[in-house]
Write a protein of this length. Structure first.
Length: 87
């Protein structure tokens, strides 16, 4: 064992085993983004990935402006969506 390695291991956060979700019914209704984040810290949906609905990512605010600026700078095509149609 390397010197000091046990000391390093004691400082690492304890890693919990993930709970593997086996059906869509096991995913609760969340009330906040914090609740979602806390749940996904301990759960994995990898076994039912093919059953989950894929939604387009939506970004706003400063991040949206940075992405659009970067695309304009590189000459990438900028696609604008009408807010009423993006629901």
């Amino acid at each position: 064992m390397k010197s000091g390695s046990s000391e390093r291991n004691n400082r690492r956060p304890h890693r919990r085993k993930l709970i593997y979700v086996r059906s869509l019914a096991e995913i609760p209704d969340f009330k906040s983004d914090d609740e979602i984040a806390a749940w996904y810290q301990t759960h994995s949906t990898v076994l039912i990935q093919d059953q989950l609905e894929t939604l387009p990512a939506r970004i706003g605010g400063k991040l949206r402006e940075r992405v659009l600026d970067r695309r304009r700078a590189t000459g990438a095509r900028v696609k604008h969506r009408h807010p009423a149609r993006s629901a």
